[in-house]
Design a protein around this ligand. Structure first.
Ligand code: GLU
Length: 474
């Protein structure tokens, strides 16, 4: 029998992270695929926080997930569902299964179960519960019991996974797993199934580390005679070396991609989309296109490798396409921190004017912020090694004569200033570079910068002449 059935009506997906302190980059991709699938089908996308691990599910850990989702602009429908708050409902389902004979009380003690596992290990048998209380009714009074599912023992189950293809497991390999612990708390397996059902989830799209769980979950769904969702288990993301993505490959939390690497959400989204999903040769894909094109058939079966260089290049593309005012706002905090002071209105308007030039050269917000600092530093500005070298090897007297010409210049536009420099070069029988290089060093403190004459225009006459004076005096 196949797990897939044609579900009439609306598509409903969900993203169900457990709080760990951040939104995992792989989780973000799962969320994106669920979001896109729902939007593509005009359905709903829900967010469920699986906060049953009380020690880990702190307020900040939950806030980090919501923050990451918001940053990536993955808006969810309705209220966030908190799994822990639904514990009574989970217990109710376990008791309903018990009443219907699809579950049973198991009084096996932890010691007994440990002994069973030891025996199975010694006999090199798979370790699973043997069903010793499955058909018993001689229940002791006043002893603790758990509720276990009475899972089918004969036959097999096939899940027609939308990514993995049909996957079959023999029922003999699945044991009667616990639904409700002896303290009355639900297990993860029960909670997920009940919540998915109550939320009307039609498509379960998640990491393939959950494929094994799907067979147990399906047994539970069938015992309840609930509609079966369509499953799609996506291969996990691997690092560049082919091993499962982990801390040693770099940042795992989406917040680090934003704060430490200075990436834009649309670049991260585009990258995550292409990581494991494709549409022909398309690399740069807008959100509208993604919604239009996204189908589970485009999800690959093999794990994709995370390539930070590719992500950074893609970020460069989105940075150049981004609105200048937005970029100014995004780097303002970084710039203020580097300068050690608040930015003034004139600082921000200067950044705004120079942004078209600056963004041509940066691939992330950190570099963009760093490359803007020389504009805003107070005199005398620091000189890097390259700039110091250029000034030391400059033709003697040439920078002074350039200063005199600029001082006499009224039309302070990039084009006019370039003309001044060219005329000077001609009268000195020098190359333009002989003037431009020390000049660049003097006004930017570096051997590399955006177009020199644009820089002069943006800085203004007074500041330019002052910076040349500083360099001449140094
Ligand atoms: N809470 C699980 C996790 O974070 C996901 C459960 C599911 O998607 O079914 O791995």
């Amino acid at each position: 029998m196949s797990a897939t059935q044609d579900l009439p009506g609306k598509v409903v997906t969900r993203f169900a992270p457990s709080p760990t302190g951040f939104l995992h980059i792989g989780g973000a991709r799962t969320a994106l695929f669920n979001w896109l699938f729902a939007r593509h089908h005009g359905g709903e996308f829900h967010l469920r926080i699986e906060d049953t691990d009380r020690a880990r599910s702190t307020e900040p850990a939950i806030a980090a997930i919501l923050d990451g989702m918001t940053w990536l602009n993955l808006n969810w429908d309705g209220e966030v569902v908190y799994q822990f708050s639904r514990a009574a409902r989970h217990a109710e389902v376990a008791h309903a299964l018990l009443a219907a004979g699809h579950a049973y009380r198991c009084y096996a003690t932890p010691e007994e179960l440990t002994a069973l596992r030891e025996e199975q290990r010694a006999a090199r048998q798979p370790m699973r519960y043997d069903g010793r209380w499955r058909d018993r009714t001689d229940w002791p009074n006043d002893a603790d019991y758990v509720i276990r599912l009475k899972a089918p023992r004969e036959g097999s189950v096939t899940i027609d996974d939308q990514v993995q293809g049909p996957v079959t497991v023999n029922n003999a390999e699945l044991d009667d797993f616990v639904l409700l612990r002896s303290d009355g708390t639900p297990t993860y397996m029960l909670a997920v199934v009940v919540d998915d059902h109550d939320m009307g989830v039609t498509h379960v799209i998640r990491g393939d580390d959950h494929l094994n769980n799907a067979f147990r979950q399906l047994a539970l769904i069938r015992a309840m005679q609930w509609p079966e969702p369509v499953y799609a288990h996506i291969p996990l993301i691997h690092g560049a070396d082919g091993a499962k993505l982990s801390k040693r490959h770099g940042a795992l939390g989406v917040d680090a991609y934003r704060d430490e690497l200075g990436l834009l959400p649309e670049a991260v989204e585009n990258y995550l989309l292409r990581l494991g999903w494709g549409h022909g040769d398309a690399e740069i894909i807008t959100r509208e296109e993604a919604v239009q094109w996204f189908e589970l058939a485009g999800v690959g079966r093999s794990p994709s490798r995370f390539d930070i260089k590719k992500l950074e290049n893609l970020n460069g593309h989105y940075l150049r396409a981004a609105n200048d005012g937005r970029l100014v706002a995004l780097i303002a905090g970084r710039v203020a921190a580097a300068l050690g002071r608040e930015l003034t209105d004139s600082d921000t308007s200067l950044l705004q004017r120079t942004m078209p030039e600056l963004k041509k050269r940066a691939n992330n917000l950190n570099d963009l912020a760093a490359s803007s600092l020389f504009y805003l530093r107070s005199r005398p500005i620091p000189m890097d090694e390259g700039a110091a070298k250029l000034l030391a090897s400059a033709t003697p007297g040439l920078l002074d004569r350039a200063r005199a010409r600029f001082a006499a210049q009224d039309d302070w536009t990039a084009a006019a200033l370039e003309q001044v420099a060219r005329e000077l070069a001609e009268s000195e029988a020098a190359k333009l570079g002989q003037i431009a290089q020390p000049l660049r060093a003097a006004v930017t403190g570096s051997a590399q910068s955006p177009g020199l004459f644009e820089v002069l225009e943006v800085l203004g006459r007074q500041e330019v002449l002052g910076r040349i004076d500083d360099a001449l005096a140094g």
